[in-house]
Ligand binder design. Structure first.
Ligand code: BJ8
Length: 429
């Protein structure tokens, strides 16, 4: 892939040598963590192909769109209203932020005791190895956690950045009205950047486009509730991650094709692990590509991850946008209502999330929960206290793992998960 795409990467101003190192490491890790899994569904071929071309063909597609004067909008958070970007004929993509590779570059500028996701994305822009950053006409940030909020100020020195102000009590009437105004401003921003007017028809089409994607991901998630689960948690996570990069229509169709295969597997009782394998939920901070560490370790020691309570998981696809009318006002309100239901730990109070975890635990018949926190992510870390209490009431054990993107603690995590699985097996007996 390297030679074929080198002229494109050069034209995007990328650091070719460093980028080559990144791709080598990514390829090796994908081989050892993902491709080595046994009994994967055949339709995973498409998603493997997407990963193999994630810095190649997909970047070419994005830049072909830009050559037709269409805009690419980069984002980090599921609070970025993608419906408005698509309604303005732009494409929204998730930016790099899941690898340790770029952290040393970020640490030359930023404090070390900061969330790895934040250091990772800032480092990727600094070292010019993320082709998604290099292909973005605008980056959309949001005032969720403090770390991100402050780093967007620095990021805006490197790339045009628009920051959405997110209400921290989004569920209240006041919060919803505030967010509605932000949505209106973002609509104007999208119209300015793209030069296209967002009409009610365009916005309705965009809502349908994204709703279909969320529905396909929900269908996939629901299938994982089967026992045995017809697909590994690692592959489930991978598909959710790819959803932030791939072409929306094609991705939706491919997820549905995979689900057809999984329906057949389910009927035949075909799974990826033993029927009595401990079923785990992973709940907490989001996991961007190539953050596969905890899933990969948990499944390598005999568990099946059946659900991710995460923004790269249920928080993204659970609720569709449900318009009650056809005007811009009605459509924006429907978007407002949907986003207000995203239970991010940055918000307070966040009981919706605690309730959702309890409900998911039942639906997916989980035996235990791994509570996953990125280092220095105070919101998810502190909220873990309430989650643990709620799970205790349900009689479910929880293992808290606080980690970063480096692999140095893999053995320690493995030992802790093994001990956790023993507790689960003991309870089962
Ligand atoms: S809606 S979870 S995607 S903000 S960057 S909060 S890990 S310290 S990413 Fe998020 Fe939107 Fe919320 Fe979801 Fe913690 Fe790190 Fe902050 Fe993070």
């Amino acid at each position: 892939m390297t030679e074929k795409y080198e002229p494109m990467w050069k034209s995007l101003g990328m650091d070719i040598e460093k980028h080559g190192q990144l791709l080598n490491g990514l390829g090796q890790y994908y081989g050892s963590a993902v491709m080595s899994q046994k009994n994967r569904p055949k339709k995973m071929d498409y998603f493997d192909f997407v990963v193999s071309e994630v810095h190649g063909l997909r970047i070419k597609e994005l830049n072909d769109l830009r050559a037709q004067r269409k805009k690419v909008i980069g984002a980090f958070c599921i609070y970025a209203p993608e419906e408005l970007a698509y309604a303005a004929d732009a494409t929204m993509v998730g930016l790099c932020g899941g690898a340790d590779f770029s952290v040393p570059d970020a640490e030359a500028v930023l404090p070390r005791n900061l969330c790895p996701l934040i250091k990772s994305f800032y480092g990727f822009k600094l070292n010019r190895t993320c082709p998604y950053f290099q292909s973005s006409d605008l980056v959309v940030g949001e005032t969720t956690c403090d770390g991100k909020k402050k780093v967007y100020e620095l990021l805006s020195e490197l790339i045009p950045t628009y920051v959405l102000e997110v209400p921290h009590k989004p569920d209240t009437q006041q919060g919803k009205e505030f967010w509605y105004k932000e949505l209106e401003s973002f609509k104007t921003k999208m119209e300015e950047v793209t030069g296209n007017q967002i009409t009610p028809e365009k916005l309705k089409q965009a809502i349908e486009l994204i709703n279909a994607k969320r529905a396909a991901l929900k269908r996939l998630s629901d299938l994982r509730a089967a026992s045995p689960s017809p697909i590994s948690g690692l592959d489930g996570l991978l598909i959710n991650q790819i959803g932030f990069m791939d072409d929306v229509k094609r991705f939706t169709a491919k997820v549905n094709e995979l689900c057809d295969e999984l329906e057949t597997r389910k009927k035949q009782g075909v799974g990826v692990a033993a029927k009595d394998a401990p079923r785990l939920m992973i709940s907490g901070s989001p996991m961007a590509v190539p953050n596969w560490k905890v899933h990969s370790i948990a499944e390598s020691v005999g568990a099946t991850v059946v659900v991710e309570e995460s923004c790269v998981g249920t928080r993204y696809f659970t609720d569709p946008v449900e318009p009650k009318g056809d005007s811009i006002h009605d459509l924006l309100w429907a978007i407002d209502e949907k986003y207000a239901k995203i239970p991010c730990a940055c918000f307070t109070p966040n009981d919706r999330r605690i309730e959702s975890i309890a409900q998911l635990a039942k639906q997916f018949k989980v035996d235990g929960v791994i509570y996953y926190t990125l280092q220095n992510c105070h919101d998810y870390n502190v909220e873990g206290v309430k989650v643990e209490r709620a799970l205790k009431k349900q009689g479910l054990p929880m293992l808290k793992i606080e980690t970063d993107y480096a692999m140095g603690d893999s053995e320690q995590i493995k030992t802790r998960i093994e001990a956790f699985l023993e507790i689960i097996q003991g309870k089962k007996q």
